[in-house]
Design a protein around this ligand. Structure first.
Ligand code: FAD
Length: 437
């Protein structure tokens, strides 16, 4: 089968077989269970932002493109207090003049209110402290590989209610997104004018530029595997399948990835999925000492404690993997390397903005999530903030959490994006079995 890949994963020191076995036996089942928890399933996202590059002329009219929004009462109370946590993570417990509404009836300030602008932050926070917080956010944003955007109009989406699957989004609008990603925002070999880069030409680029291309191509592969594995097989509604019947479409899978129909590129695109998987795996391993201090706060102590245990278990399995992606050989060598890293970051930020132009809300939801998750992984690998093996020693009065460098949205997308790749690798195994049958 063309999808039974063999040998070493390009630009990595690890074999495809090793990843298949490790993912399908160890990672996939753990992630499946972890990502169904409230902390990970509720993702706050802005789906209505205007496309800054062109007029969005072709919105997907299929009902499968819709995103089902959350009801206010479905959202765990602790998530609505998120600002409490993010402020606390910066100031720790040092400044006792800061008090946060913690949802507790016995809260010291009976006037604690829910200000729309500031979320659930108690109004006793001084303007100076808030300014400090904003300055910190602006400074931190310089390290970001994604435009996180302004959260004000974002809404919570329950990812379990809106699975990534076939939506019918295709044609001019979908191609304009992919074209502008590959053409305008991917690096290209010198004197290369074709829209898409042939895998055989990747060696004409330096490692960093190849990595960039493989990351994007790996994400594209994962999106397309999902639409093949959860294809709309019949839209006839029945009692058993009120939303139509969804399942794997082997012909669609072959059309997209077989060497015969893709000018030999399909298997290379599949390999890029494995490449991206190893890159995100490494980011999780690198951030593990930091993630181990995270509270995964939703307001339900029992559930949060289970999530902390499950995350620690997953991270220990991830750390046991023998050959991670090695980012240490990237961006080495002075001013030129710094310039390249800035360019790399800028290109990736552009791609995160292009996601606002996707003309199908469901595709936009998962596209944004995956791009933000990859952006978080890149931040962990290349911002330098996660380079020490353990979080630096605590200053007096500082909590472990106050050193943490990621916001909740970044953590949610990091794990969920990795979950998408893990699922894709697992789906590949199922397609292999179908082909064998
Ligand atoms: P496309 O996938 O549109 O690809 C265009 C061209 O890119 C191909 O002809 C090929 O030359 C090249 N290419 C293809 N794959 C790769 C790769 N892995 N690496 C490098 N080059 C490649 N559709 C859904 O049904 N459900 C979704 O959830 C969904 N999410 C999407 C999210 C985003 C952000 C975008 C942009 C599109 C999404 N789509 C989704 C649409 C889907 O990805 C395809 O664009 C669509 O099905 C049309 O497919 P196509 O065969 O024309 O090729």
């Amino acid at each position: 089968c063309f999808c039974k890949l063999k040998g070493r994963i390009d630009d990595c020191s690890c074999n495809v077989d090793t990843v298949d076995h490790f993912n399908n036996m160890k990672i996939f089942p753990r992630l499946q269970s972890l990502l169904s928890n409230d902390y990970f399933r509720f993702y706050k996202v802005h789906l209505k932002r205007d496309c800054p590059f062109w007029t969005d002329d072709s919105r997907c009219a299929m009902r499968y493109c819709n995103v089902q929004a959350c009801q206010e009462e479905d959202i765990p109370p602790g998530l609505k207090q998120y600002n409490h946590n993010s402020m606390n993570s910066i100031f720790g417990n040092q400044d006792m003049s800061l008090r946060f509404y913690d949802g507790n009836e016995d809260c010291e300030d009976p006037e604690a209110d829910h200000d729309d602008e500031l979320g659930f932050i108690n109004t006793t926070i001084s303007a100076a402290a808030y300014e400090e917080f904003e300055k910190w956010q602006a400074h931190d944003a310089l390290d970001n590989f994604c435009e996180l955007g302004d959260d004000k109009d974002a809404q919570y989406v329950d990812l379990l209610l809106n699975p990534e699957r076939y939506t019918g989004y295709k044609g001019k609008s979908a191609h304009r997104i992919w074209n502008s990603i590959y053409k305008e925002n991917c690096f290209r070999p010198e004197n290369h004018y074709d829209l898409f880069i042939q895998s055989s030409q990747l060696d004409r680029m330096c490692l960093e530029k190849r990595v960039f291309y493989r990351v994007i191509s790996g994400m594209h592969t994962s999106i397309n595997i999902h639409l093949c594995s959860k294809y709309l097989l019949s839209d006839k509604e029945s009692l058993i399948a009120p939303n139509g019947k969804w399942g794997p479409n082997l012909e669609e899978f072959k059309r997209r990835f077989s060497p015969m129909t893709t000018d030999n590129e399909g298997p290379h695109w599949l390999r890029n999925l494995y490449f991206l998987y190893l890159l995100e795996l490494r980011a999780l391993a690198k951030a593990a000492p930091y993630l181990a201090n995270e509270e995964f706060y939703t307001g339900s102590e029992e559930n949060d404690s289970d999530v902390r245990d499950a995350v620690k278990d997953l991270l220990s399995v991830i750390k046991s993997f023998p050959s991670h992606f090695d980012e240490s050989s990237m961006f080495t060598g002075g001013a030129q390397a710094r310039e390249l890293k800035d360019e790399f970051r800028q290109h990736f930020r552009n791609i995160s903005v292009i996601m606002d132009c996707v003309g199908c809300d469901k595709c936009k939801l998962w596209g944004k999530l995956q791009v933000q998750g990859i952006g978080t992984a890149l931040k962990i690998l290349f911002s330098g903030k996660f380079d020490s093996l353990s979080p630096p020693g605590l200053q007096p009065g500082q909590t472990a959490k106050s050193q943490f460098q990621l916001q909740r949205g970044e953590i949610v997308t990091l794990f969920n994006a990795f979950g998408r790749l893990s699922n894709s690798i697992n789906e590949l195994e199922k397609f292999r079995n179908l082909i064998r049958e």
